[in-house]
Design a protein around this ligand. Sequence first.
Ligand SMILES: [Zn+2]
Length: 318
Amino acid sequence: MAIVKVQNRAHGIMYHHFHDEQKHIVGQGSISAESFNDMLDFYGKSHNIIGAEEFLRKSETGTLSPSDVCLTFDDGLLCQYDVAYPVMKDRGLTAFWFIYTSPLDGVMERLEIYRHFRSLMFPDIEDFYAAFFSIVSAHDTEAMKAMQCYNPDEYLKEFPFYTPNDKRFRYMRDVGLGEKKYNVIMDKMLEMYRYDIEKNSQILWLSTDNMRDLRQQGNIIGLHSYSHPTVMIKKNYSEQLKEYATNKRQLEEVLKEEIVAVSYPCNSYNSDTLKCMKELGMKIGFRANMAEVCLAEYLYEYPREDHANIMKAMEVAR
Ligand SMILES: [Zn+2]
């Protein structure tokens, strides 16, 4: 039987979306409680899955071994709390939860709204991509032209589980359109499909009570910026500092303690970001893939394995 190769460095496993097929619908890349449990069994055969506080303590004392692994949840999603957290509690495990805080101010952060819209309104992600590209081509010829520079072999090659259209879509979103024009296109779609933002947003994010409960049970709550920009490195140092300092202040108000951990939204970080982390007193930071450190700041650049890669390895092992 194939076993996942032990990485040469302690790392995190990165999780985003979960489903229970009732409150939390199936979406692209979402996993059930059962697959989550199976995955922990599988990865645990070749790795030492430890709690968040133990991981942090070992990091600070330089005693992490290459097989040590922690669990991490990005984006502060209610589906993580409802579906994955009970499984973890049964196993006596804790995790890092990286939370962006604009939803606490009532901001319906588009990233999550758009994702939910895609899952709810389209039977398959390919149906969404087809509708999306037809609207872009009707409204923005300039953005369509940008696709001529798109190189599918190079773009996002560190995410091998993306399908060709996943990559085309991300390229169009981040390069062809850019944030503002992308939002205009998506808002147009929400309107066309009569998606109820107010109603649907109720089930997307963790409440402050959820956060306090997680912390009380020994989980570590960490930074993930205020508004979750997809390309943080386009912002200058002071803009980045504002994103993370606001995020920190809000989480500290909720938890009444200092926040010391961070993960970078969409793996977008540069030397300015790491300068911010020092300024804000972070003790540990996580990338969003298993690539080697970019900036030689080991404590701020712990690698993470995307759960999708582990799912793939499980299929191969079967
Ligand atoms: Zn994120």
